[in-house]
Design a binder for this molecule. Sequence first.
Ligand code: ZN
Length: 385
Amino acid sequence: MQKTDLLSKKINQSERIRWFKSGAKEGPVLVLFAGVHGNEPAGLKAIDAISEKMNSSTHPFNGTVYAVTGNKQALELGVRYLDTDLNRLWEIFNTSKETPFLNGINTPAEYSESLEIKKVVDAILEAHEESAREFIFADLHTTSSQSCAFILLNDTLENREIARKFPVPQVLGIEENIHGTLLSYINNLGHKALGFEAGAHEDQRSIERSEAFLWLLMHATGLYELGEAETEKLGEKLQAHPNVPKTYYEVRNHKYIEDPDFFEMISGFENFDTVKKGTPLAYEEGLLIRAPVSGRIFMPLYQKEGHDGFMIIREVPEYWLKISGYLRKSFLHKYLRYLPGVSVMNEQSYRVNRTIARFLVKEVFHLLGYRVTEKDEDTLVCHKR
Ligand SMILES: [Zn+2]
């Protein structure tokens, strides 16, 4: 038996793989994650629905699809997570940082879940590295507020290229505010990765939208060709509210909360609702929190689980994206080190002293494709994506 066949056999015996389907070997490999949050079953239902339909069809299939189950223990209980968020701990695999729970004391249940998922991802990559044209990953989620469907992506040109094939709002650069997501981990391995948010947790339409997204994704990546009428019909299922333009958005503000028990979002906000600076949004430990900037409210937290209270996003003008696409391929990178207040950390990263470089620092680094995180009040760390 060949090495790749042996590997495939190992993968297919893993209980993490819900199902897989393979056709022509040289096609793309698509890896779908669902149920990474245990209270979001819509993605799993959609994944099972497409499997059933594909099994009863003789339509040609080019490549391989794997469906991977997320947080098994949390799914059984119907909770977001048991000990820690499975979609916030992936930084431990990207860095050599000592993890607080590696010594076995206080090891969260999610650590073993993440190890198993990582093993499956490694095995899939190894099994297909020689034959596959490319790897594409997608992670299916739903939200605690009412919402139209949208895509989350780390802002790389490769991710943008695939994401723009879907007629839904696209939110860029979430990785600067939310760390350790599964998709960031995959991006750091060098592969395309999209997050699809289908709508509210318990909304039947969230299942339908997830399913429409999956068919369109298989079509867009060349795995399963659909006719024009069919793609149009599926696209219509994903349509946003008429007052939410299907364009790009970036995060302007992120409200992190220590303890969701002491956080109360004011009721009635839907995802993407416009808010003016100063609008009352929530209470934290009894204190009123107002919108610090104008924009659209994003992922307001209406459950007592999770640490992201809300975000405020704003549309990114199309020309800005075009300029940044051009600049990322340009030679300007090598001049960054000469800017005042900028010092080189390593080949991929710069440190920026904000007391010296005050204006437009984030914008310049964003344009050139860097992820910008705040190290402290005066320091930004900019890392090439
Ligand atoms: Zn989720």
